[in-house]
Design a protein around this ligand. Structure first.
Ligand code: IMP
Ligand code: MG
Length: 199
């Protein structure tokens, strides 16, 4: 399946100043990651875990690029205050449905930014004694990182800019774009940079 091109996304595309990664580039990279994961986890029946909502397009594409038996589960985190976020506190609204002790867990992310959310969730998961726990992210903003995190599989790096598409939202819109781009200046309100959006 090929999704509609950028020009078909009229109102949404009009607010994108620059496409950073096209649908084709994203799909190609996801296929490569899927092939690598399939090789690395052969015979281990990995459990892919993601946090809603931003990760859903990547998770769907990644799952279908993985050719070995694999399971998927999701968590949801509650909206949190900037203060809680600075302390790296995350409130779980929905946990995964199964125990993970002895399981090979691959944590799947849409974008790793400061890394605070991910760090907290990984700590939680580690305490449940998985056989292994690694991170796979479609996008990475390494220049924004506040905490060191090992990332085993990565799609693409992003500049320190606010981007939307392929699951990433601005005020809950733009998630359906099959590509990733920068919001046009004037659309993004500077005060939103300080606010934290839940996934
Ligand atoms: P952090 O790594 O704890 O800072 O949180 C990363 C989360 O912030 C992601 O899962 C997204 O929900 C959100 N986020 C970070 N950068 C962007 C962006 O450029 N566009 C949309 N959401 C973003
Ligand atoms: Mg968000």
């Amino acid at each position: 399946m090929t999704f509609p091109g950028p020009e078909a996304f009229g109102e949404l595309a009009a607010n994108i100043s620059e496409i950073l990664y096209t649908e084709g580039q994203i799909q190609q990279r996801v296929l490569e990651i899927g092939a690598t994961v399939s090789r690395d986890y052969e015979g281990r029946r990995p459990l892919l875990v993601g946090v809603l909502k931003g990760v859903f397009p990547f998770m769907a594409d990644l799952m279908r690029s993985i050719t070995i038996p694999a399971e998927v589960d999701f968590m949801a985190i509650a909206s949190y205050s900037p203060e809680e976020r600075r302390r790296g506190v995350v409130r779980l609204q929905k946990d995964i449905e199964q125990p993970i002790d002895g399981r090979h867990v691959l944590f799947v992310e849409d974008v790793v930014d400061t890394g605070l959310t991910l760090h907290y969730i990984l700590d939680q998961l580690k305490s449940r004694n998985p056989a292994s726990l690694h991170v796979c992210t479609m996008f990475d903003k390494p220049s924004r990182r506040l905490i060191r995190l090992p990332i085993r599989y990565k799609g693409f790096d992003l500049p320190d800019r606010f981007v939307v598409g392929y699951g990433l939202d601005y005020r809950e819109l733009y998630r359906n774009l099959p590509f990733v781009g920068m919001l046009r200046a004037g659309v993004f309100r500077p005060e939103d940079a300080k606010k934290e959006s839940p996934k």
